[in-house]
Design a binder for this molecule. Sequence first.
Ligand code: PMP
Length: 405
Amino acid sequence: MSIDWSAVRADFPLLRREVHGKPLVYLDSANTGQKPASVIETVDDFYRRHNANVSRAVHALGSEATEAYEAARGKLAAFANVRADDIVLCSGTTFAINLAAYSWALPRLKPGDSILLTRMEHHANIVPWQLVAERTGAKIKVAEINEDGTLDLVALHAAMTPDVKVLGVAHVSNVLGTINPVREICREARRRGIATVVDGSQAMPHMPVDIAAIGCDFYAFTGHKMCGPTGAGALWARREHLEAMPPFLGGGEMIKEVRFDGTVFNDPPHKFEAGTPNIAGQIGLGAATDYLAAIGMANIATREGELLAHATEDLSKIDGLRIIGTAPDKAAVISFLVEGAHAHDLATLLDLEGVAVRSGHHCAHPLMQFYGVPATCRASFAFYNTHEEVEAFVVALQKVRRLLG
Ligand code: PMP
């Protein structure tokens, strides 16, 4: 199917904006993605016409809200090829990984056990495990990476020793763009009885993701990077884990019956959804999956691959520019440094040219330590970017470099 990418871009109202008198070139989609009109309108329509709480009221609006909320769960499940009943709706990856860490790992781990993490994890897939390690006496082990930003798979498999009970691994690195072979990694872990927690934040927005085929135990993702509203995302988990896990938070919505001498919890996934959820956000995320599915994730991956190749080629011609993360299998993320220039100065001056890139540690301190740098600049692309924007970015960067001497 041939896609009219300029028509796709026109679906994103924000991309028509100017910044500092220049057309906006938004290259920060790994941080958060922009939203198509269909998502914005879905959220707007919910508040204008259907707003009510879910699972509580029998009146018409209550039923409409509940139906739309549950339909969103179904859409997410279909999008990722899993059962809707195994999807816990939550605020995003951070909550999702904390849920797996506190409800699944905390009651199971003990001194002598290890939690294996890769060098390239986001803090969201490090800090919850450190908190659990502190409370259980388990240790954190690190699987190292190669200089090009790929995982050292031999070392990773060798690190899967009998003490390792859980492995946290990013599907795609938010800094390097590396696409990790999570299917193979999860198969190796499973053979050794290690539970796998895959951070899918940067994969779901950019490529077809079939969670069932990956064969992990937990898969966490966040909706705001996949054209959805902020504060909406999910944790998928194997049914046996969801059945066995105690609730993470207690409150309304997650119970069947409450007495002062004991409470009967609801069935999963509702057991993990205490309190009033982000109803409009999840419904908006459902609309985002409709939008992405209509374009086709394989088409999106191809388009972004072309933008990545174009940007990589043009950046490589700039003297003194170093790209960090050169894995052969890579999502459209380019972390870079320019000799003699601080990443924050580059990002600040690029902003004055209308180009939005992120600078900093990207919530990945251990990865910065590996490369011996405090920060990088990161340009991250989405299918709604254009080849003209790639060129505008490179021109702006050359200008900024001259300004910085
Ligand atoms: N993991 C990765 C790889 C990410 O890129 C992000 C977002 N920067 C997160 C986790 C955290 O996602 P959220 O803040 O939406 O919970």
